[in-house]
Design a protein around this ligand. Structure first.
Ligand SMILES: [Zn+2]
Length: 334
């Protein structure tokens, strides 16, 4: 009696795998659809939005849970914008599934298909950020346009998810999480773009090998050296000029112009932060990492170093310092 049941189970497993393979093939076809095609996928609705912004018209792409984005396009790029609309909808579905996003009717970042080299999107508090997807004079997608569509955009959309409750976690978390999830989407829809993204990060990291990563300090605000130099004794100033590592003691006053975010060694930091999330996935499983990311971004306001430490301990059973210190990106390049 067991035999037929086993057979059924085996057949189900087999058809499950076939279904996944077929879905992946379909997603890749959607994301490389040539101009003129209008692919349709069950659950993704593409509608023309009323109104125009100069020559730019727009589509609305709605996916499951009512998640949607606006696609702007210039006249030359209309055909490719319509061809790739379903790809953009699939990205939202994949992102919702991967992040465990349960919001209904959420608007995600917009895109604009344009061949205007000087295109600059309207900005302002009421504007949803818009990513430019480059086309050529004939309205065909350029290589850069395809890369933005299938590698940059998934990463940026994760930032929108992270900001859904106006949480402000540290930079290493934001970029590591966005790259980790974004690359999963890219792997699925355009493996060549995902591989190119990984290669760029690894090459950039190799170039600055040996420089300290200080992931915890990434993006932190610090005063410009000139602003300190202006306020110290002649003796200290001379020493600061001789020795770039010398930091004089004392209290200083800074204006907003005196402060800069620490954005040094940036590609290596992207690479290391991505590798950190990939390592967490290997050691704790993807679901644990997603739960950590959801909780880290669940409440408004700055996520302090102490709070970050608490969250890392809760989800991974080590301190944030230990986690960040143990970052060796060169060994984890793929
Ligand atoms: Zn980012």
């Amino acid at each position: 009696m067991f035999f037929p049941m086993l057979l059924v189970a085996a057949a189900e497993m087999h058809s499950g795998r076939m279904e996944v393979a077929a879905e992946i093939a379909r997603d890749r076809a959607l994301c490389s659809a040539p101009s003129g095609k209008r692919r349709t996928v069950r659950g993704i609705v593409v509608t023309d939005e009323p109104g125009a912004e100069g020559v730019y018209r727009r589509l609305r792409v709605t996916a499951d849970g009512g998640a949607y984005l606006i696609v702007h396009y210039d006249p030359a790029s209309e055909s490719i914008a319509r061809a790739r609309a379903a790809c953009l909808g699939r990205q939202l579905e994949l992102l919702r599934g991967l992040t465990g996003d349960e919001r209904q009717g959420a608007q995600w970042y917009s895109v604009v298909f344009t061949n205007a080299a000087n295109y600059s999107p309207p900005r302002g508090p009421s504007e949803v950020a818009r990513w430019t997807i480059e086309t050529d004079a004939a309205g065909r997608l350029t290589e850069a346009g395809q890369r933005t569509l299938t590698a940059v955009l998934p990463h940026e959309q994760v930032h929108l998810f992270q900001y859904r409750m106006q949480a402000l976690p540290p930079r290493w978390f934001l970029e590591g999480h966005a790259s980790w999830v974004g690359l999963k989407v890219s792997d699925r829809i355009d493996p060549a773009a995902a591989a190119a993204d990984r290669r760029l990060k690894a090459e950039g990291a190799a170039k600055s090998k040996g420089q300290p990563l200080n992931l915890a300090g990434w993006g932190s605000v610090r005063p410009k050296r000139e602003a300190i130099m202006r306020q110290v004794s002649d003796e200290d100033r001379a020493r600061m000029m001789r020795d770039p590592n010398f930091a004089p003691s004392g209290s200083f006053r800074f204006t907003a112009d005196d402060l800069i975010g620490d954005e040094s060694n940036i590609v290596a930091r992207y690479h290391a932060a991505t590798a950190l999330f990939e390592r967490l996935e290997r050691e704790h499983g993807a679901e644990a990492v997603h739960a950590f990311a959801r909780e880290t971004t669940a409440t408004a306001g700055r996520v302090t170093a102490n709070r970050m430490d608490e969250l890392v301990r809760k989800h991974f059973n080590i301190g944030a310092d230990a986690l960040l210190a143990d970052t060796t990106p060169s060994g984890t390049a793929r």
